[in-house]
Design a protein around this ligand. Structure first.
Ligand code: PMP
Length: 454
């Protein structure tokens, strides 16, 4: 057997990790993940950790589900590949598109497959621009997105995303994209002295101001994650999204919901836009579509957008792996589990509220300034001074230290600055939910001891 040290040395020589949370596993003594089952990761030294992040927010139905593995094996045995780019289709692609359309509201019926969330957003961008072209408004080309949003790592994804470190170095964002501030209550709203409801309206008006500044006749679309995930699980006040949708409708701007994290039950509804009561024109998805077993992404178009694109002649667009048989088989098996185990309902009425209540109890810790959770996606904010809700100086790296201590305590959490985020698989047991909270509390105590020198 290859030793952990050998694997790590080989990896260090040849495998580029430009950016990785693997440092967290490293802190626990090993960063070589060798197996996973349910919500438990095992490393090459036999350490086990509870995966509070569902991989990268994607392993909705948990690891090691035999029926997905079998469905993929069967699909690959029967038809290892066919393209869906030119003349072809295949039974699983047709069935999977139908199944996804069946989960969406009535006006979203046409699904295009990609291999990732980045590609899905790329497709949405090209489609939205082409749509306005075909509508005789070719000057409507701009996209508006949000600071600290995340829409992928390709040139377009990183441009749409509002992550400052993704921009400067590589000369992004590309032309034609602008960003407004995120609806971040803890980091922004509470400092303005508004109620959450007032702040939701206020934050949404930023979109109106930006559209009017640019001129609505130059703006194609607004794109946003219902809950910003990688930006720190920013859960907007309930007044935010309905007002955003109104602003888009009033100004004739397409509304694109990036459901790559929120989709397929994460927020306690099938889609994040259902949780927040709005209706998008285009939906992008990936991750939990296949629970990460096989890469897959997709875009759903409204009937109006699809019909316009279809009347415009050829929209030259497709990927080699669009609708790959293995991805469609994994996706169908994944949806069958979500349906049979009533996972969305479970998140809304059972395990979601169960974890949320216990997660909220962390709010009494001296290092915690706020806790929040919607469905099974949540966060807490680390603070130095609880009374003043004052953050740590950046050089303390409180979030990174908290993350590494957490892995040592057997829980994978993610740090976004000093915001600790969590999004466990939708299938976690009540005992696992208890463990998440117990390990998070132990981690906070350890961090407190480390920071106060106790
Ligand atoms: N959108 C959102 C909201 C995401 O969280 C991500 C990935 N973290 C993406 C898009 C990009 O997806 P992918 O990594 O599959 O390209």
């Amino acid at each position: 057997n290859t030793s952990t040290a050998e694997i790590q040395a080989r990896d260090a020589r040849h495998h580029w990790h430009p950016f990785s949370d693997m440092a967290a596993l490293n802190a626990a003594g090993s960063r070589v993940v060798t197996a996973a089952e349910g919500w438990t990761l095992t490393d090459s030294e036999g350490h086990q950790v509870l995966d509070g992040m569902s991989g990268l927010w994607n392993v909705a139905v948990g690891y090691g589900r035999r029926e997905i593995v079998d469905a993929v094996a069967e699909a690959l045995t029967t038809l290892s590949y066919t393209n869906t780019f030119f003349q072809c289709t295949h039974p699983a692609a047709a069935a999977y598109a139908e199944a996804i359309a069946g989960l969406l509201p009535g006006h979203l019926n046409r699904i295009f497959f990609t291999s990732s969330g980045s590609e899905a957003n790329d497709t949405a961008f090209r489609a939205a621009r082409t749509y306005w072209d075909l509508k005789g408004k070719p000057e409507k080309k701009r996209f508006i997105a949000r600071r600290n949003g995340y829409h992928g790592s390709t040139v377009l994804g990183a441009s749409l995303g509002g992550m400052a470190p993704m921009h400067g170095q590589s000369g992004l964002p590309i032309e034609g994209i602008s960003h407004i501030d995120q609806p971040y209550w803890f980091g922004d709203g509470r400092l303005l002295g508004m109620s959450p409801a007032e702040y939701g309206h206020f934050a949404a008006e930023r979109l109106a101001v930006e559209i009017d500044r640019l001129g609505a006749d130059t703006v194609a679309a607004f794109i946003g994650e219902p809950i910003q995930g990688a930006g720190g699980v920013v859960i907007p006040p309930d007044t935010y999204w309905p007002r955003i949708a109104e602003i888009c409708a009033e100004r004739d701007i397409l509304l694109v919901a990036d459901e790559v994290i929120c989709g397929f039950g994460r927020t306690g509804a099938m889609w994040g836009f259902e949780t927040f009561g709005f209706s998008p024109d285009i939906v992008t998805m990936a991750k939990a579509m296949t629970s990460g077993y096989i890469p897959c992404g997709g875009v759903a178009f409204s009937d109006e957008v699809a019909a316009t694109l279809e009347t415009g002649g050829e929209f030259f667009h497709g990927y080699t792996a669009s609708g790959h048989p293995a991805a469609c088989a994994a996706g169908l098996a994944n949806l069958a589990i979500i349906d049979r185990e009533r996972l969305v309902e479970r998140v809304a009425t059972d395990i979601g509220p169960y974890l949320a209540a216990r997660w909220a109890s962390l709010g009494d810790h001296p290092l915690v300034g706020e806790t929040r959770m919607r469905g099974l996606i949540g966060a807490f904010e680390l603070v130095r001074d609880k009374a003043a809700l004052e953050r740590f100086p950046a050089d303390i790296a409180a979030g990174t230290r908290c993350r590494d201590l957490s892995v040592r305590n057997g829980l994978v959490m993610r740090a976004v600055g000093d915001t600790m985020v969590i999004a466990p698989p939708l299938v976690i047991s009540h005992e696992a939910a208890d463990l998440i909270v117990a390990r998070a509390r132990k981690t906070l105590d350890d961090l407190h001891a480390a920071l106060t020198g106790a």
